[in-house]
Design a protein around this ligand. Structure first.
Ligand code: NZQ
Ligand code: ZN
Length: 391
């Protein structure tokens, strides 16, 4: 098996380091009318909003706050109304993945011809192509999703009980500001959630088939090692360590900006199963992923054999001759890593019971989850087994 053919495109300009918010001034046209989008208020509480306003200088601007964690479709439609009513032509997301994802939708929906629900597919809308989008930048306050340097977005539909993604080459941020010091105000739970999300993004692209995509594999291994090495300091909110924060922030961005994934085959079933858990009981995204990844490593160990062995040897330095033993130990080491940063290793720790599994599987089926995983090998029976194993 060889590396797959691929196209790689990533136009987002990154400003990384200390005091980078001032770069907003060189990134947004002077005559732009800017809508600042943010979440539940952390950016106002910690002074980021004021710094953004200062950097905007004399530009005209307005604000839209209240984008929820797991951004909700109806809330975002209100922002679309505001963009149209007040004629904004540039958006600025200030927040974590939820605010950035929500802003991507607003950028596309504000200039979409037709009903914006049709931007989404997977049984929610028609999944029509996006032909234009407003330009937008981001100020990242929570390293986790890599939404600051990719074109994907995940939106929650309460009525339809769904978390559905969309993406387009038109929904990359024009620029993103990454200041590691921004993480110093994050609570312990969000610090760990972000590490887990970035770790699992890397695994979704890496723990599949051995394709001899050497650069991508070595790259993924560097990212995984960076998480493992820096997480103990980063996840302790009392330490506020710049080096750890810088390394974790860049690792999260690199885990899902396309560099490590192109030419490899992706899995993404852990995310598909995890989204259904969030819809069930509003569990944080990262906390759905760790139990499901561990269960996937058990249930799908034959299909993922070669990569599991590679992972065990290169990441955890397990050098036993017996490959099955390497895999057992690699899964154990991964569980211990998640435990060490207080992430769940069982779905029962996030309130999921045996009696929820029928609902989760029905929802997965509704959202076109019949054939997921690398090359569509994971059917609903396997997904059921993964949920059961994860309990
Ligand atoms: O809303 P505020 O008040 O700002 O508080 C937020 C929120 O409650 C808080 N927070 C953010 N930055 C902070 C801060 N608190 C203190 N100090 C700071 N510097 O953190 C809470 C969680 O924020 P959220 O944006 O929801 O977290 P995250 O970045 O983990 O984003 C999760 C969302 O991203 C989607 C997930 O499904 C979920 O909806 N994903 C997006 C992806 C993508 N676009 O590529 C891929 C991912 O796999 C994921 O699915
Ligand atoms: Zn994720």
């Amino acid at each position: 098996m060889a590396m797959k053919d691929f196209m790689f495109y990533n136009p987002t300009r990154i400003y990384f380091g200390k005091d980078q918010i001032k770069q907003i001034d060189r990134s947004i046209p002077k005559n732009a009318k800017v809508l600042i989008l943010y979440g539940g208020g952390s950016v106002k509480k910690f002074g980021t909003f004021d710094r953004v306003v200062e950097a905007l200088g004399n530009r005209q601007w307005g604000e839209f706050g209240g984008i929820e964690a797991n951004p909700v479709f109806e809330t975002l439609l209100k922002a679309v109304d505001q963009v149209k009513a007040e004629s904004y032509n540039y958006l600025l997301a200030v927040g974590g993945g939820s605010v950035i994802d929500g802003t991507k939708f607003v950028a596309a929906a504000s200039v979409f011809e037709g009903d914006p629900i049709d931007i989404f597919g997977q049984g929610v809308g028609q999944g029509l192509p996006i032909k234009q989008a407003l330009p937008f930048g981001t100020v990242l306050t929570l390293p986790a999703t890599a939404s600051e340097m990719n074109s994907g977005s995940v939106v929650t539909f309460h009525e339809k009980k769904a978390k559905i993604s969309f993406g387009s080459s038109l929904t990359f941020p024009v620029f993103s500001i990454l200041e590691p010091e921004m993480t110093f105000t994050l609570p312990a739970r969000q610090l760990a959630n972000g590490v887990a999300d970035g770790f699992v993004h890397t695994m979704e692209n890496y723990l599949t088939l051995a394709l001899h995509a050497d650069v991508q594999d070595r790259f993924s291994e560097a990212i995984l090692k960076t998480f493992i090495d820096n997480a103990p300091v980063y996840c302790d909110p009392d330490q506020a360590d710049y080096e750890a924060a810088a390394n974790i922030m860049w690792a999260c961005t690199m885990a899902l900006n396309g560099v490590a994934s192109r030419g490899n085959v992706g899995d993404w079933a852990t995310h598909a199963l995890g989204h259904e858990v969030t819809v069930l009981n509003n569990t944080d995204h990262g906390r759905t992923l760790t139990p499901i990844l561990l269960a996937t490593m058990h249930v799908r160990r034959d299909g993922k054999h070669d990569k599991l062995v590679q992972y065990g040897r290169r990441i955890w330095n397990i050098q036993d001759e017996n490959e099955e033993l390497v895999i057992d130990k690699a899964i154990q080491k991964t569980a211990e890593f998640f435990e060490s940063i207080n992430m769940p290793t069982k779905l029962s720790q996030v309130g999921v019971n045996e009696s929820d599994i029928d609902f989760l599987i029905t929802q997965l089926e509704k959202h076109k989850g019949q054939k997921i995983g690398e090359n569509g090998v994971q059917d609903l029976a396997t997904s059921r087994l993964i949920y059961q194993t994860a309990l």
